[in-house]
Design a protein around this ligand. Structure first.
Ligand code: SME
Length: 184
């Protein structure tokens, strides 16, 4: 069991421009995530803290959170930021596209993405990553920024690594998982 006093959130005063400073920040986040998850495998507890950790540690975010698979829809899960649309159909918007394609989607300018769903007028760029447990889709992680072009491949790769650690240490109820993909 840990207390919040044992966790120091990472705050970056300077905008990050280069790969090295980002990599250093994400390395610190990896340690913070381990601390947060120590002795805790509960799904909602861990993904709630994950959203809060990213929102409070990464510069230039106005929204960070999860949409969770429910049948063929994505339903709003734990998040930080303004209230958001509560349900997104598979294939709709950036979130539904990432879920359908089982792939990360980086959107440098949300106004240029056909079908982008506006939840917060402040959002200018967005990154959505699929979340998997044992190769089965659980939902997506959505990050929004008020700055155009906020997310790059370093953010994508490092946050994918954090998500993998998150899911490895988390018990996901069966009803939250997409059916296993048929084997060929
Ligand atoms: N912009 C997203 C919708 C979710 S909000 O940004 C929180 C999309 O197009 O799927």
């Amino acid at each position: 069991m840990h207390t919040s006093a044992s966790l120091s959130l990472v705050h970056s005063a300077e905008p990050m421009n280069d790969h090295e400073s980002k990599a250093a920040l994400y390395e610190q986040l990896r340690g913070s995530l381990q601390t947060l998850m120590r002795g805790q495998t509960d799904f909602l507890a861990n993904i709630s803290n994950f959203a809060a950790l990213l929102f409070n540690s990464l510069p230039n975010l106005n929204w960070a959170g999860f949409y969770l698979l429910r049948g063929n829809d994505l339903v709003l899960g734990p998040f930080q930021g303004k209230p958001a649309c509560s349900c997104i159909a598979m294939g709709d918007g950036v979130c539904g596209t990432a879920a359908l394609q089982r792939a990360a989607v980086l959107v440098p300018d949300v106004h240029a993405f056909p079908g982008h769903i506006v939840c917060d007028e402040a959002s200018q760029s967005e990154m959505v990553l699929p979340v998997f447990k044992d190769a089965r889709l659980v939902g997506v992680l959505d990050l929004d920024s008020p700055q155009q072009g906020r997310f790059d491949e370093t953010d994508r790769d490092c946050i994918q690594g954090l998500l993998q650690s998150l899911m490895e240490g988390t018990t996901v109820p069966e009803f939250r998982l997409a059916p296993p993909s048929p084997r060929c």
